[in-house]
Ligand binder design. Sequence first.
Ligand SMILES: C[S@@+](CC[C@H](N)C(=O)[O-])C[C@H]1O[C@@H](n2cnc3c(N)ncnc32)[C@H](O)[C@@H]1O
Length: 440
Amino acid sequence: MTQNGSSVRLEWDGKRAAVPPAARLVRTAEVCRTPDEVLAPEPNRLILGDNLLAMAALLPLWEGRLRLIYADPPFGTGKGFTRRVGSGEDSRRPEEWLLAEGYSDAWDGPDAYLEHLYPRLVLMHRLLAEDGSLYLHLDWRAVHHARLLLDEIFGQQQILNEIIWVYHGPSPVRTYFNRKHDTLLAYRKGRQHVFNADEVRIPYDDSTRRTFASSAKAGFGRTPDLDRGKVPEDWWYFPVVARLHTERTGYPTQKPEALLERILRASSGPGDWVGDFYCGSGTTLRVAESTGRRWIGADLSPQAAQVCQRRLALAESLGFAVEEALSLEAGASAENAPLPPVAALRVRSEVDGTEIRLQLEAMTPCAPQGFPISLDYWEVDFDFQPPVFHSTSQAARPWRRGLAPLSLSHRYPQRGSHRVKVRAVGASGETAEAEIPIEV
Ligand SMILES: C[S@@+](CC[C@H](N)C(=O)[O-])C[C@H]1O[C@@H](n2cnc3c(N)ncnc32)[C@H](O)[C@@H]1O
């Protein structure tokens, strides 16, 4: 019998008890939309690093506090994902985009995949509030293993739904049916859980309306409130994020905002904390913003963090903290992932009274199409005081067409000397920094 009363358990060679590693979070930046915005005492947080470290470091202050966790880990496909980058990543013209590294989903066998998932699901369970829920998003490859892991961790009776997300898409297969659905396992932690049925109702379809209009006996004499709509079934259709969709970021396996919106509205309320520790392009964070939830996101990939920052800037999100998850275990490397290539930046500054205007003049390299076309995002701390970068002005290239604005300005409340620090990100992940001493 496991701790949560499940007598069925998944075993694999080398299965170990899930002990959280010693870890800490280091705040490296704060992003505010204006110099006047004051970051909340507990701001939204974007964490770069292994989520095992991120969640372990959150535990002391965050155990039992998240109302909802959405987890969209690598599915165990055994391959590395690439991503198209550049201003025309949705274009058929090869000069407008470049293939860059996405994220790895290659494992040293199924045991290694389970070794990855198991301790992370244990931490998610601990971080959830007593009335909180987890939605674990997988597909046919690993979902049946994960079901047993979740039964063990949450308890067999804690499953709320097995949700099937269906979609269309091209497929070359001729020897079996096209695999066009993913599975989301929804579990609750405690005896009660948040479920806001009225937030996710959908209209009854026309045939149902006609049936009830034609016969009073339909529905065994009970007529539903047809105008209020119905709580959706546990199978959902949403189109995948395809070329030309306005929400498309180019990040591989990006999930639709509509899917996340249904989950967030059903299983959390405004002001609740929502976690996504495989946040990728930041779909959950974006939807949490637009629905008034607070969020903690984490991802191992610096490119994911860059896409999230750009996405949040374009959405004019509230301010948030950027952190790195570091291991405190003896001998552990402080580096989480390969660092992106470094580029050089040329910035011109003009001072007029107490106002400063910055003009971004060059970034090299800036692939695939050079500066300014392939400049994705830049931001400025007009009063840099190490070690934390306080970004108070940002400019981002829109997703579909257009350039990132190349000038940013700031008015100081009074005369004095300041260190201005500029950070920029190119489409293929290059990062660049420049520091300018100024006197206003
Ligand atoms: C399926 S994608 C998530 C996509 C995301 N839901 C979206 O809409 O863009 C999985 C993500 O998990 C991240 N990842 C893989 N292993 C990780 C780990 N140990 N810690 C944190 N993130 C990890 C990858 O970098 C990738 O961005």
